[in-house]
Design a protein around this ligand. Sequence first.
Ligand code: ATP
Length: 288
Amino acid sequence: MENVVELKNVTKNFKGFSIKNIDVQVKQGFVTGFIGANGAGKTSTIKMMMNLLKPDAGEVKLFGLDYRTHEKEIKERIGFVYDDNVFFEGLNLKDIKRIVGPAYKQWDDTLFYRYIEQFELPLNKAVKTFSKGMQMKASLAIALSHHAELIIMDEPTAGLDPIFRRELLDLLQELMIDGNRTIFFSSHITTDLDRIADYIVFIQRGELVFNQSIHDVAENYALVKGGIDLLDRDTEKAFIHVQRAATGFEALTDNIKAVKSIFGDSVIIEQASLEDIMYYLKGGIQHV
Ligand SMILES: Nc1ncnc2c1ncn2[C@@H]1O[C@H](COP(=O)(O)OP(=O)(O)OP(=O)(O)O)[C@@H](O)[C@H]1O
């Protein structure tokens, strides 16, 4: 399986914050969700993927190519979708098409108008007056109109109402029917990722926690619930984090086998959602 994005040992140091030696692979033909708490380093990582920020160390490759030698070719094949200041003051979609279109070899006017119609976007209205959701769709329409193979999105569903969010997710899923397309997107809304992501990249304080298929995440992590009396220094070792309450404990494990052998039927083992995993891993993977 080909990786369209490959970050190897990527490090970036800011004052007071570093991305440390992260390895990320994004597989062709799948949706990869990028999660992490506020300030975990998602936007900075995406910027390095887009060559908007240079890593201090490590390697960034897209489609197996290096920005140093193939910047134009790489950028032709990527659509970067985000909502902020994408569009110049006062321009409408017609103007934008006139400016952006010629920059891409594969620009397709027919496709552009098709998406504008499908997304119900006005052509003659200044884009800066669009709602956040409309701006996101406009940005996506542009990315799709140059046949981008890889769509990179920074929090595309943030600030969208639930209906619009659902619509956007459905749309992204539709786009995946064409088996060559790859989507990489960051989000805080883990339920969106539960819905459409095939792979999850999770970073925490600039460090990679995991890069796994959603199937493996579901297999590897579980929530365990039981009575406080079951916990002691030894049994707790099966957990990454334990939360105690008067009524019992809830814990995250990445060793379901050990939990079963230690506790047998005396605990309830449930599937952990991405939100559970993010919440309990906020301190990183450290066994109790
Ligand atoms: N150009 C910069 N100079 C200095 N510090 C920076 C710069 N860019 C990002 N940072 C810092 O790096 C950290 C990670 O920021 P980043 O925007 O990558 O996180 P994020 O995971 O996208 O966060 P959020 O979910 O809140 O958008 C933050 O502490 C931020 O202040």
